[in-house]
Design a protein around this ligand. Structure first.
Ligand code: ZN
Length: 248
């Protein structure tokens, strides 16, 4: 009699084929698993699922537990249906076959140039970024960041200043939005008291309001401080991602 694997277990040959096809990565979360990988029956054995390669999907422990944890009696979230699991698996096998090429994003020379230009306008040791990060925005403050921020906003506006890489472009748009919000918060909550000898405006919160309504005064100051903080965070995220993507 021909030897057969026990019911409910994939034969070694099927497992080997599946693990090679997946590159020992989990077909759902795509992390590399090494030995910590399991072959899951897409259609459960109890429901007549066969021990074939077509019914097998390699999963990490976490995803395997997740896929099995769905309780029909207490439905929470959306369960993984067999067709969906098959589609995830086939997509992943395809990526492994193509040498992960679909995962690697191209690096555009134009994006490199744009990033260099951008760093020239807003270097992290420049006055604008320094002010975003360190300006305590006391009752009066000298606003030196204006020129650099305006150059970034106004002179780098238009399709030729968009990143070709969609993720970087999204981060650039986020940064613009944060800077616009900061400029708006400053315009709404402060006024120009005078100009410094260097020509930068000296801005001031409404001191009288500080005496009359200290809470409202603080609220206005916080609006500016928070907006500056968000702009700085958006700046850091943007620079880090550009470097990761463009300087590698
Ligand atoms: Zn996983």
């Amino acid at each position: 009699m021909k030897s057969r694997s026990a019911p409910g277990y994939f034969p070694p040959k099927v497992k080997t084929q599946a693990l090679v096809a997946a590159g020992r990565h989990c077909c759902l979360c795509h992390k590399y698993c090494g030995t910590k990988i399991e072959c899951h029956h897409i259609v459960p054995v109890e429901e007549g699922g066969p021990n074939t390669r077509a019914n097998c999907i390699p999963l990490c422990f976490n995803c395997h537990a997740e896929v099995q944890s769905y309780n029909e009696k207490h439905p929470k979230g959306n369960r993984f249906r067999p067709e969906e699991l098959k589609a995830h698996r086939d997509n992943w096998y395809k990526q492994v076959r193509s040498g992960f090429q679909e995962d690697v994003r191209p690096i555009y020379e134009a994006d490199r140039k744009l990033f260099a230009d951008f760093l020239r306008i807003l270097p992290s040791n420049g006055v604008a970024v320094y002010q975003l990060r360190h300006e305590p925005f006391g009752s009066t403050f000298r606003w030196e960041a204006g020129d650099a921020l305006r150059e970034f906003l106004n002179e780098r506006e238009g399709p030729e200043y968009e990143f070709l890489d969609t993720e970087l472009e999204q981060l650039r748009v986020d940064l613009r939005k944060c800077i616009l919000e900061l400029i708006d918060a400053i315009a709404t909550n402060t006024f120009i008291a005078r100009h410094s000898t260097a020509g930068d405006p000296i801005l001031q919160f409404d001191r009288e309001l500080g005496y009359k309504d200290p809470r409202e005064y603080e609220r206005r100051r916080s609006e500016v401080i928070d907006a500056a903080d968000r702009a700085y965070q958006a700046y850091v995220t943007f620079i880090r991602q550009c470097r990761k993507q463009l300087e590698s």
